[in-house]
Design a protein around this ligand. Structure first.
Ligand code: NIG
Ligand code: FE
Length: 418
């Protein structure tokens, strides 16, 4: 059965089409449709154009008309391509200690750091984790995010990683938002593992990887390549196996020291994320590659570190996505739009570049080719903001919130009718 809906008119539609995956984008190249309408067929976009010109076809198809007042801007639903929203507990103590000048090592020694969250997440039941994911994804939906990547990585044993991945899968079934799971069993070397890091990774790849496939728990493998986590030499055999099994690769790369981005390029990863420490050498290599560079301004804001050199990357011809990294340690804020707007201010990004980074470029960082733009055949994931000028959105740095969200053609948030 075909169900049609015509939504509009909108003051402006930003389809985010024909902008290219890589390189700088000017605001002038956005093909804005003024007084536009969008025709939805079931869960996908059927067509878009001037509202008045779409009315006859919509009538012919028997479309339900969702008439708006013409004072909103419509964008594709936002995509958050890097989060850790499946976790228990808090790390407020780490934050206070960091601000009191304590080092990473001192914080870890006094019971903080990633291992603290591992302990707290292991204590949580699967149902509690489902509930926590639902709360966080619901807040994200209110902020216009219709697709969220969610990592494991606070289990750090086969059994505990599985608990997290089941929780993500079950939360996905209960939510309108699409959750895209990633296995981050290589987040840090588990303190309670008696073997070497290589042996731990070997166990994960032989025991957990087949389960990820057979139970469809994740098709993406991530690793934290860093002095305090895994070395390049640890990760090469791990990624080789993951790649051979057909997983997409993504990397926590160049956060504090460089080496991760080169591994991402060597394995043709879908994305290399963080890159705060990348120098011109790494940025140029990334720009030449097919790897999408994902900036995580929430981690820079949480840790008080430099931002990813996003301007340099775009000018070198690279692909830039922007994600929240929402996690209890380095990025507890979890407000993607605010963070993306702030990154734009510090890195001198155009509106178009920031919006591309949280829509189609973010979708492509997840290898999703059915969302992130408003175009025929794509998912009808749409959001509106109560303004008639799209430039207000980033200018207001996240304080202008969406007033409506459609997920797969279904109106799932409507501020006027709350
Ligand atoms: O992306 N860098 C490593 N992992 C996370 C932090 C996780 C944590 O501190 O709990 C990140 O910033
Ligand atoms: Fe992260």
């Amino acid at each position: 059965m075909h169900t049609y809906q015509l939504i509009g008119p909108f003051a402006q539609i930003l389809p985010m089409t024909n902008l290219g995956l890589k390189g700088a984008i000017t605001d002038e190249s956005l093909s804005i449709i003024e007084n536009g309408g969008i025709l939805i067929e079931n869960e996908r976009i059927h067509s878009l154009g001037k509202y008045s010109e779409m009315l006859p076809m919509a009538k012919e198809l028997g479309a339900e008309a969702i008439a708006l007042d013409g004072n909103d801007v419509c964008l594709p639903g936002l995509v958050d391509a890097h989060t850790h929203i499946c976790y228990g507990g808090t790390r407020a103590n780490d934050y206070a200690m960091r601000n009191a000048g304590k080092s990473y090592l001192e914080i870890a020694k006094s019971g903080g750091g990633i291992w603290d969250t591992v302990t707290q997440t292991r204590k949580a039941t699967e149902d509690q984790l489902i509930d926590l994911i639902r709360q966080r994804a619901t807040r994200h939906l209110e902020n216009g995010i219709t697709t969220i990547e969610v990592k494991s990585g606070y289990g750090l044993s086969v059994e505990e990683e599985l608990k997290m991945l089941y929780a993500i899968k079950k939360a996905n079934q209960k939510l309108p938002t699409d959750l895209i799971a990633t296995c981050l069993a290589a987040h840090m070397v588990p303190k309670d593992y008696s073997g070497t890091p290589r042996e731990y990774l070997e166990e994960i790849s032989t025991t957990l990887f087949p389960k990820l496939k057979s139970e469809q728990l994740a098709h993406r493998i991530d690793a934290f390549i860093e002095e305090s986590a895994y070395s390049k030499d640890d990760i090469v055999p791990y990624f080789t196996k993951a790649k051979a099994m057909g997983f997409d690769i993504t990397v926590h790369a160049d956060q504090f020291s460089t080496s991760g981005s080169a591994v991402a390029i060597a394995f043709d990863a879908v994305s290399a994320d963080h890159l705060e420490a990348s120098t011109t050498k790494e940025i140029e290599a990334l720009a030449k590659s097919n790897v999408i560079a994902t900036a995580l301004p929430g981690a820079s804001l949480g840790l008080g570190c430099a931002f990813t050199p996003a301007r340099e990357l775009l000018d070198a011809g690279g692909a830039l996505a922007i994600a929240s990294d929402w996690n209890p340690g380095s990025a507890p804020m979890g407000d993607l739009l605010t963070q993306a707007a702030i990154l734009g201010t510090f890195q001198k990004l155009s509106n178009a570049e920031v919006l591309a980074g949280i829509t189609f470029r973010a979708a492509l960082a997840l290898n999703l080719k059915d969302r992130g733009t408003i175009q025929e055949g794509y998912l009808a994931d749409l959001i509106t903001f109560p303004t008639n000028n799209y430039k207000e959105i980033l200018y207001q740095q996240g304080t202008l919130k969406p007033n409506r969200v459609w997920k797969r053609g279904k109106l799932v948030m409507d501020k006027k009718h709350d």
